[in-house]
Design a binder for this molecule. Structure first.
Ligand SMILES: [Fe+2]
Ligand SMILES: [Fe+2]
Length: 234
């Protein structure tokens, strides 16, 4: 039997003080061994990018914590967190080359969406390297950059963890999302994180991917329907 594991890994930071206390994750021997292997691989891959490595470890911790709070699988959350920026080891030109080689079609010039490519490409490459991981792990990795209309709890946990992990400098939007953790539903925490990300893109006068607007509109409509149904019941 594996000893109970408190969800922290060597070299990672304490979770932020704003994170409500969650139960402890307990992993079996096989999961512990696999997490160690993945963390070793990640440390080698991101050796030249210590801040990216620290961010990835912190996302893994935060995702595990959120999974425990909101009922997603803590192992899947942790490994998706570890691996979500796997392809941030690559230069933008290499990401673009691979995206073209894969025939990736996002409906716009790939150079415009280069910052989104690393999640999508990693999700295509990693199943070969880690065939023992579950398909939802790779989906969460793919969706951490683009989100989707039908985000699963695991997708939401990884997306939010990426946005609010304690090493991220606090902005007004990040502070709002952090303040909701443990007090609002996972869907609401994700929505705050997702829309905060859109505001950040707009405020910075950066390119906003049309697919993100489609996701925004689909979820906004669903939330409006849910609110209307809730009011009708009152
Ligand atoms: Fe990323
Ligand atoms: Fe990230």
């Amino acid at each position: 039997m594996g000893k109970p594991h408190d969800g922290k890994r060597e070299g990672s930071r304490e979770p932020g003080a704003w994170l409500p206390v969650a139960g402890e994750a307990s992993f079996d021997e096989g999961q512990l061994a696999l997490m160690d292997e993945i963390e070793r691989d990640l440390r080698a891959r991101l050796a030249a990018r210590p801040r990216r490595l620290a961010h990835s470890l912190s996302v893994a911790d935060t995702a595990c914590h959120l999974a425990l709070l909101y009922g997603a699988d803590p192992f899947d959350a942790r490994v998706a967190g570890l691996l979500h920026d796997w392809d941030k080891a690559l230069e933008p030109e290499e990401l673009l080359r691979r995206a073209r080689e894969e025939g990736l079609d996002l409906g716009v010039d790939l150079e415009l969406v280069e910052p989104l490519l690393h999640g999508i490409l990693a999700a295509r490459e990693l199943p070969e390297r880690y065939p023992m991981l579950a398909a939802p792990v790779f989906q969460a990795i793919a969706r951490h950059t683009t989100a989707a209309e039908d985000m699963s709890p695991l997708d939401e946990v990884v997306f939010v963890a990426d946005g609010i992990e304690p090493l991220r400098r606090e902005s007004a939007g990040i502070a709002r999302t952090r303040s909701l953790v443990g007090r609002a539903s996972l869907d609401d925490v994700f929505w705050e994180s997702f829309t905060g990300g859109i505001v950040y893109v707009i405020e910075g006068a950066r390119y906003l991917y049309p697919g993100t607007i489609d996701v925004y509109n689909a979820i906004a409509a669903r939330r409006a329907r849910g609110a209307a149904a809730g009011n009708a019941l009152k």
